[in-house]
Design a protein around this ligand. Structure first.
Ligand SMILES: NC(=O)c1ccc[n+]([C@@H]2O[C@H](COP(=O)([O-])OP(=O)(O)OC[C@H]3O[C@@H](n4cnc5c(N)ncnc54)[C@H](OP(=O)(O)O)[C@@H]3O)[C@@H](O)[C@H]2O)c1
Length: 242
C-alpha cells in the first residue's frame, strides 16, 4: 500500500481539521501542526481513528526556524498544505488596530512562506496554499486580511511556473465563505457559505486532479472581481469583526 505523507498547518481547527479528516486513512501518515494543543490532539485522535498514522506538533507558523525544522523533520513528504491563517476587521473603529494588521500579515504571508519555502527547497512534489476569494477584492470589512490574501494569491500563481520547472506543483486554493471559527462571528451575510467538510472535499479532489488553481464557488469569485471595480465608498460603513 502506498504511504501518502501529508503535512498540514492550521490543522487544529476549521478547514485544516477537515482536511486532516478527509486525508486520514490507513496507509496515510499525517503531520499536523497548530498552536492549540488540546484541539490539535482531538483532530489527531480522530484521524488515528480512521487508520492514519499521525504526528502532531504545536508550532507557530511565524517561527521560521521551527517551521523549517518541522518540514525537514517530516522526511519524504508527498504533500504540504499551508493552511494556517487569521482574519480580522476594523471592529468598532474606522481603522484596524496596528497590532492586528501586523499579526495578520505575519501569519498569512510570512507564516505561509515559512511553510512553503522549506517545502520548495525540499522538492516536495505537491505544495498547496490556502489563499482566498477575499484576496480578489479589497474588502473594507477586513482590509489586512484581504490584502494578505491578495499577496498570497498573486505570489503563488506567479511562482507556480518556476516551481513546476523544479518539479513542484504549487497549487493555489481560493475558497469562498466556509463555516469555521474564523467566520462564526461575521456580522454580515456570507453568500455561498459552505461546511468545512465540503470545502475540504473540493480541495482534496482538486489536488488529486493535479489542478494549479482551485477556486470555489466560481460565481463568488466572478462577483468579487466585478465588485472590486466599484469605488469602495459604495460599501459604506461595513460592519467588521473586532
Ligand atoms: N473560513 C473561511 O470562510 C475561509 C475562506 C477562505 C479562506 N480561508 C482560509 O482558510 C484557512 C483556514 O481558516 P479557517 O477558516 O479554518 O479558520 P480557523 O478555524 O480559525 O483555523 C485557523 C487555523 O490556523 C491556525 N493558526 C492561526 N495562526 C497561527 C499561527 N500563528 N501559527 C500556527 N497556526 C496558526 C489556527 O491554529 P490554533 O487554533 O491552534 O491557534 C487554526 O488551526 C486560513 O488560511 C483562512 O484564511 C478561510
Amino acid at each position: 500500500m502506498a504511504i501518502l505523507n501529508i503535512a498540514i498547518t492550521g490543522a487544529s481547527s476549521g478547514l485544516g481539521a477537515a482536511l486532516a479528516g478527509a486525508y486520514a486513512a490507513p496507509g496515510t501518515q499525517l503531520y499536523l501542526a497548530g498552536r492549540d494543543a488540546a484541539r490539535l490532539a482531538a483532530v489527531a485522535s480522530a484521524a488515528r481513528g480512521k487508520g492514519a498514522v499521525v504526528v502532531e506538533s504545536c508550532l507557530d507558523v511565524t517561527d521560521a526556524a521551527a517551521m523549517a525544522s518541522w518540514v525537514a523533520g517530516a522526511g519524504a513528504l508527498d504533500v504540504v498544505i499551508a493552511n494556517a491563517g487569521v482574519s480580522g476587521g476594523p471592529g468598532r473603529g474606522n481603522v484596524e488596530a496596528a497590532d492586528q494588521i501586523r499579526r495578520i500579515f505575519a501569519t498569512n504571508i510570512e507564516g505561509m512562506l515559512n511553510t512553503v519555502l522549506p517545502a520548495l527547497a525540499a522538492r516536495v512534489p505537491r505544495v498547496v496554499v490556502v489563499g482566498s476569494i477575499a484576496g480578489m477584492i479589497a474588502l473594507p470589512s477586513s482590509p489586512a486580511y484581504s490584502a494578505s490574501k491578495a499577496a498570497v494569491n498573486a505570489w503563488v500563481m506567479a511562482s507556480a511556473p518556476g516551481a513546476k520547472r523544479e518539479g513542484v506543483t504549487l497549487t493555489l486554493v481560493r475558497p469562498g465563505f466556509i463555516r469555521t471559527p474564523m467566520t462564526a462571528a461575521n456580522p454580515y451575510v456570507m453568500p455561498g457559505l459552505m461546511d468545512a467538510q465540503a470545502a475540504a472535499a473540493r480541495i482534496v479532489a482538486g489536488v488529486a486532479a493535479g489542478r494549479g488553481v482551485i477556486t470555489f464557488p466560481w460565481w463568488l469569485a466572478v462577483g468579487a472581481f466585478l465588485a472590486d471595480l466599484l469605488p469602495k465608498a459604495v460599501f459604506g460603513k461595513v460592519p467588521g469583526k473586532g
